[in-house]
Design a protein around this ligand. Structure first.
Ligand SMILES: [Zn+2]
Length: 81
C-alpha cells in the first residue's frame, strides 16, 4: 500500500474508479469492491487500483467483514427486534 497522499492524487486522476470503492459505515475503512472489479474485465486502472487499495467486501448493511463480526457479537445471533 502506498501513502494516503499518493492514493488521493491517484483517485483524482482516475475519478471513474470511485464507483468501485466501498467504505465501511462503522470503521470507515476504504477498499475496492472485489465483486464489481472482477466483473469489470479489462479495466485499465485495475492493476493500479490493486496497488493502492485492498479488497473490501461489505455486507448488506454496509459493514466490512470485521465489523460485521463485531456487530453480530454485540447483537447476539438471531435476535429479532
Ligand atoms: Zn469496518
Amino acid at each position: 500500500m502506498k501513502t494516503g497522499r499518493d492514493r488521493d492524487e491517484w483517485l483524482d486522476e482516475y475519478r471513474g474508479f470511485k464507483k468501485y470503492l466501498n467504505q465501511c459505515v462503522m470503521c470507515q475503512s476504504t477498499g475496492y469492491d472485489p465483486v464489481k472489479i472482477q466483473v469489470k474485465e479489462g479495466l485499465y486502472f485495475k492493476d493500479k487500483a490493486m496497488e493502492h487499495f485492498h479488497p473490501l467486501a461489505l455486507n448488506e448493511i454496509g459493514l466490512c467483514l470485521d465489523c460485521a463480526e463485531r456487530f453480530e457479537a454485540i447483537q447476539g445471533p438471531g435476535r429479532e427486534a
